[in-house]
Design a protein around this ligand. Structure first.
Ligand SMILES: Cc1ncc(COP(=O)(O)O)c(C=O)c1O
Length: 400
């Protein structure tokens, strides 16, 4: 299956502004179907859930649809889909809840490849509990996170292993299944950050061995909503702080306050959009998603190869990391120019990229660039095409 890039791009109103949106790793644009699903929910009338009137029922249906959609996207159980404002907030929520049973002498294992949102909440929870943090290191300069090191990091006091499914700066996709297998053998739970990985590759939370899998809809063409997916039976064992008056049911007890119902309609529309990227995909929505995301990965990898070759050929460009398996995300510097100056020059050429540490706090420190302005990040998602890549390469070439 191949992607019809022209029709996919036409579905995104924002892409008409003439910019090459290579900032998808920081948040994607949304297709018309998502915009109209959100507007449609408001137009149709939404109320708070649990009421005796139809608008309340509509909101309840929107929430349940969103749970089913996210479950289809990642291969989870709808009753284990926790919805919330974003990954960071949900991870803080889970770090508080999970660490309630940690005791002094317990251990957790974190990785320096991770975005700080899958690091700091756990560091702070460990501090409160008196637990010890052990670190999985990144093999530099390759930018790999070797799974074997977990053999020496894990022990019978390990309670949790938090690891990313993909680095948001280098694109590195570690062997998560090998890491979670080791964690489970040691009796630890696994919390996998899927925020960067989810838009780039088919996801199966069981195959990854993720007890908890976090992702954010705004990275895959949806609104600013985060979600954590787990087995309902596991969620039953976790007690979050909650209001006395709110439900004790799973997954609702992890969801504080009133949900943004219209945005949740946009989450379902985003998943439907992804499922429909391969126009000849058939079967259940889950099957169509797997076929579409396989085609997305092939498309992005082809453009990534072109981007990497092109950047490597420009004098003064230094690519950071060369991981074997990666998303279409590159992190680079240009000699004689600060990352911010490169990003500003690219913006003047209508190319959107990010500069800085991009919250990869531990990794950019290990690379020795965190306090020097980091580097430049360009990331492709399914709607980026060859012309976006060519424009980036042409604009970077001007800086020689
Ligand atoms: C890999 C990764 N993890 C976590 C986050 C934080 O996600 P959120 O903005 O939903 O809190 C990001 C955001 O850029 C990310 O790229």
């Amino acid at each position: 299956m191949t992607l019809d890039l022209a029709s996919i791009r036409a579905a995104y109103p924002a892409l008409r502004d003439g910019y090459a949106y290579l900032d998808g790793a920081a948040g994607t644009q949304v297709p018309e179907s998502v915009i109209s699903a959100i507007a449609g929910a408001y137009e149709g009338g939404v109320g708070n859930v649990g009421g005796a009137f139809p608008a309340s029922d509509r909101s309840g249906a929107i929430v349940e649809d969103a749970r089913r959609a996210v479950a289809d996207l990642v291969g989870g159980d709808p009753r284990g889909v926790v919805l919330g404002p974003n990954m960071t907030t949900l991870t803080y929520r889970f770090s508080y809840a999970l660490s309630r049973t940690w005791r002094p002498g317990d251990e957790i294992v974190l990785s320096r490849l991770d975005h700080d949102a899958n690091v700091r909440p756990w560091v702070q929870a460990a501090e409160r509990a008196g637990a010890t943090v052990r670190w999985a290191e990144v093999d530099l300069p390759a930018g790999e996170l070797p799974a074997e090191q977990y053999d020496t990091l894990l022990g019978d006091r390990t309670r949790l292993v938090a690891v990313t499914a993909a680095s948001n700066i280098l694109g590195t996709m570690p062997d998560v299944a090998a890491i979670t297998k080791r964690a489970h053998d040691a009796g630890a739970l696994t919390y996998v950050d899927g925020v960067h990985a989810t838009p780039h590759t088919p996801i199966d939370v069981s195959a990854l061995g993720a007890d908890f899998y976090a992702t954010s809809a705004y990275k895959w063409s949806g609104p600013h909503i985060g979600t954590v997916v787990a087995a309902p039976s596991l969620l039953e064992t976790v007690q979050p702080d909650k209001l006395a008056s709110s439900t004790t049911e799973v997954p609702e007890r992890f969801e504080t306050g009133t949900a943004p119902f219209a945005d949740l309609a946009g989450v379902t529309a985003a998943v439907d959009h992804l499922a429909g990227l391969g126009s000849d995909a058939t079967g259940t929505r889950r099957q169509r998603i797997l076929a579409s995301m396989t085609a997305v990965e092939a498309h992005e990898q082809a453009e990534l190869a072109h981007l990497l070759d092109g950047l490597a050929a420009i004098p003064g460009v230094r690519l950071i990391g060369a991981p074997r398996r990666r998303t279409a995300t590159v992190y680079f510097t240009v000699g004689g120019h600060t990352p911010r100056a490169v990003a500003e020059h690219l913006a003047s050429r209508r190319v959107n990229v990010w500069n800085g540490h991009n919250y990869a706090w531990e990794l950019t420190a290990a690379l020795g660039i965190r306090d020097q302005g980091g580097a430049v990040r360009a990331g492709l998602v399914h709607y980026n095409d060859r012309s976006d890549v060519e424009r980036l390469l042409a604009a970077v070439s001007e800086l020689r």
